[in-house]
Structure formats: structure tokens, C-alpha cells
Design a protein around this ligand. Structure first.
Ligand code: HAM
Length: 413
């Protein structure tokens, strides 16, 4: 009997593991440099949190929840996204009103699997609470842009503002009633409960054509929302961040109340081309039982980003590098092991073969592991309390006292 992974999930192995390690490092470095702090929330939550948070009419809640009853009959779900969980934790733990938080972890949606679309996928995300100023929106979007740049990939930024959504939904519904014949079955269902979602239909061309002349949501923006939106656009321009406005971009989650944005790649199919997305959601904290608090944030998907990196670059992960590989002559493994752990304790990354191998075979392994130095312990070195340090690039070898070994290697790096 051979076990196989479930449909729509992924093993990250070999070179891709290194790619993921680099992605995670890069993403968290950009986020942390802006003062955001890590929050970890559970993978399982009450189902009601997301029904309320994401919206009853959203595809995620209607079709994609990994929900089940636990042994006591409680309704539990594997979280489909991070925002509602972080809002719950923000309220439940009475976090400071102004909180800038980030998270990283697996999310679950029962979607039809294909390239870039999984049932378990890893997100990194940021959520900022207590700041309603357009500077915050701009900071968040510029942070997304910085992540994409640092990862060395390209994506188009598309923005919209959902501020006037309620009034607009009525107008749109009336317009779409007049174009019923052109709409697909899914869109006809959406027309009643969530007309904005029809704008986002990626299934048929006729739906796209039908909404071409629909009224635009940005025409319904007014007051502070309109002012903020203009300010955000100006701040992005001043910061040299290119963007395009798309009044038909509505996002798949119901909590947005202001400026929303998506970074889109052309390397994945049209139904999964968004790699980083988010926006302002000023009512969610209150809707989930907290005090009114403005909020905005985004999330990115690591699977999609890794697929873009692989598609865009001739990706060479290289080998897993340690700085040092310890090589011993026969019978000196104990001394070698002691040296290995001493180097590690001093902060030098080091490896060693624990199998009994010839000197030559150990040197070959040192080269294949990409070590910069081989630390060689032979009979004469062991007697003198020293080691020979061989530079693997130029072959130059010097003898160094055991005491000074770590400092010597650090000084040569
Ligand atoms: P979202 O657009 O649903 O937003 O997901 C954000 C990102 O997660 C997507 O751009 C994509 O990279 C990745 N993603 C989503 N679904 C899948 C999937 N099935 N397979 C692989 N990757 C996927 C949110 O989740 C919001 N919580 C973002 C947010 C945070 N808004 C405000 N704060």
C-alpha cells in the first residue's frame, strides 16, 4: 500500500525548499523593516467567524470551506484566510488600538486544483489596525510593491475603491437585470445576492461583454472616501509606484470598504493570476464584536510566487551551503565531532560526514556541499592541538591552533 498526498496539496522538496526559504526571508525582512510584529493564530476556528467575516454570499463561504463538526458537535473550519482570524485575536486579546501585525501560515480552500491554485496554500499577510489615514493605505500598497521588487519578479498593480458599494450595488443590479440573457448561470445566481461579483466573472466572455458598459463603482464614491482615494493615488505616483485603476475589480471577500488592490502576474492562468492582494476594511472589527476600528492589510501566496519565480528566471537553487566541512583521518572522528560542535557553538555553520569514509571521499563531500573551507584534522594536527584550514576555492591551506579556529574562519569569510 502506497500513500499519496491528497488532491490539491503540495510537498515542497529539494531545490524548491531553498527557494521557499529565500522567499520567506525576503518577505518577512520587508515587513519587519516597517515595524510590523508577528502574530500567530490557530489553523482551526469557529465556522461562524468566517461566515460573518468574509460574507455569506462569497464563493469561499458558499463552496470552499473546509468545515466539519468536532467530537462535541461544534462547527469548526480550517481557516480559509488570515484576516478574520487576526481580527478575532485583536479583539479577544484586547491588543493596542493601533496595532501593525503580520502572519505567515497555511490556509485552506476547497477549490478546483490547478497550477497556482491549491486546497492548502501558504500565505504571508499584514493587518494594520487603528489607522484610517490614506498614508496607511499607501504604506501597505508600497510595502506590497517592495516585496514584489525584492523577490525580483514583475507584476501589475491594479487598484479600485469599494467605498460606495452599497448604493452602487442597487444601480448595478438594475443594469444587469437588463442584460440577463448574456449572463452565465453562476452570474444569474449572483445577481440577486451579490451583484458586484458579476463584474468579476472569469468564466465566460459573454458575461465580460455584458458588464462592459455597466455603471462604474468609482462614480459612487463621495466625501472622505473620494478624498482619501485621490490622496492614495497621489502618494503612489510620488513614490514611483505604477498602477492602473480598474473599477470592475471587486475582490472575493465581502469585508472591504475602501481602496482595494491586486498585484497581477501574466505567468499563471487568468483565474489564479493574483499573487498579492488586499485593501481597507473599516467595519470588520465592529462586525466581529469589537469597537469601531479602521483597518487595512494584504496577503500573498507563496505557491503562486514560487511558480512565477520559476517561470521568470532560469532558477538555479544551488546547493545547500555550510561555511565549513570537517574532515578527519581514520580514528579521529571524536576529535572531529568536538571540533564541529565547537565551531557551531561559536556561530560558524558547519557540517561533517558521520559515516566512515576515506579522506578523499570526505573532501569530495565537502566540495559537493559547497563548503568554503575544509577543516582537516590529521594525526599531526591532533597531536599539536590544531587543525588545517583549506580554502576550497584556491586550495591554500594553513594550520591554525584549535583555540583560534572559529575566529580565524570568521575573519576569512
Ligand atoms: P485573497 O485574495 O483571497 O485575499 O488571497 C490572497 C492571496 O493568497 C492571493 O493573491 C493568492 O496569492 C493566495 N491564494 C488565495 N487562494 C489561493 C489558492 N487556492 N491557492 C494558492 N494561493 C492562493 C485574502 O486572503 C485576504 N485575507 C487578504 C487581505 C488581508 N485583505 C486585507 N488583509
Amino acid at each position: 500500500m502506497k500513500y499519496k498526498r491528497l488532491r490539491g496539496v503540495k510537498d515542497v522538496t529539494g531545490d524548491e525548499g531553498m527557494l521557499w526559504e529565500n522567499m520567506i526571508k525576503t518577505v518577512t525582512a520587508v515587513i519587519k523593516s516597517r515595524g510590523y510584529r508577528l502574530i500567530i493564530t490557530p489553523v482551526i476556528e469557529e465556522t461562524a467567524l468566517f461566515v460573518r467575516g468574509i460574507g455569506e454570499a462569497s464563493d469561499i463561504v458558499l463552496k470552499e470551506m473546509y468545515d466539519f463538526k468536532d467530537k462535541k458537535g461544534r462547527n469548526i473550519v480550517l481557516r480559509p484566510e488570515g484576516t478574520a482570524s487576526v481580527v478575532r485575536a485583536y479583539i479577544e486579546n484586547s491588543l493596542p488600538e493601533k496595532s501593525d501585525l503580520y502572519y505567515i501560515g497555511p490556509m485552506f480552500r476547497y477549490e478546483r486544483p490547478q497550477t497556482g491554485r491549491y486546497r492548502e496554500f501558504f500565505q504571508a499577510g499584514v493587518e494594520s489596525f487603528g489607522d484610517g489615514s490614506p498614508y496607511k493605505d499607501a504604506e501597505i500598497i508600497i510595502m506590497g510593491n517592495a516585496i514584489i521588487k525584492k523577490l525580483g519578479i514583475s507584476a501589475r498593480l491594479v487598484i479600485n475603491n469599494l467605498g460606495g458599494a452599497e448604493e452602487y450595488a442597487e444601480k448595478l443590479k438594475t443594469f444587469l437585470e437588463g442584460a440577463r440573457e448574456a449572463l452565465c448561470d453562476d452570474c444569474l445566481k449572483k445577481l440577486e445576492r451579490a451583484p458586484l461579483r458579476v463584474l468579476d466573472c472569469k468564466k465566460t466572455e459573454t458575461c465580460g461583454k455584458a458588464v462592459k458598459d455597466a455603471p462604474k463603482i468609482t462614480e459612487y464614491l463621495n466625501g472622505q472616501n473620494l478624498k482619501n482615494y485621490s490622496k492614495i493615488k497621489q502618494l503612489l505616483k510620488d513614490a514611483g509606484v505604477d498602477f492602473r485603476e480598474d473599477p470592475k475589480m471587486v475582490r472575493g471577500l465581502d469585508y472591504y470598504t475602501g481602496t482595494v488592490f491586486e498585484f497581477i502576474t501574466d505567468k499563471l492562468g487568468p483565474q489564479q493570476n493574483t499573487i498579492l492582494a488586499g485593501g481597507r476594511y473599516d467595519n470588520l472589527v465592529k462586525e466581529l464584536g469589537g469597537k469601531q476600528a479602521p483597518a487595512t492589510g494584504f496577503a500573498l501566496g507563496f505557491e503562486r510566487i514560487s511558480e512565477v519565480i520559476k517561470a521568470e528566471k532560469s532558477y538555479a537553487a544551488g546547493i545547500y551551503e555550510t561555511d565549513v566541512f570537517v574532515v578527519t583521518q581514520e580514528g579521529l572522528a571524536d576529535k572531529g565531532f568536538l571540533t564541529l560542535e565547537k565551531l557551531r557553538a561559536d556561530g560558524v555553520s558547519a557540517g561533517m560526514s558521520f559515516e566512515v569514509k576515506s579522506f578523499k571521499a570526505q573532501m569530495r563531500e565537502a566540495a559537493s556541499k559547497g563548503a568554503c573551507f575544509a577543516v582537516i584534522i590529521g594525526e599531526s594536527e591532533a597531536r599539536k592541538g590544531s587543525a588545517s584550514v583549506k580554502n576550497m576555492k584556491d586550495g591554500v591551506q594553513v594550520e591554525v591552533e584549535f583555540e583560534n579556529l572559529s575566529d580565524f574562519i570568521k575573519g576569512r569569510q
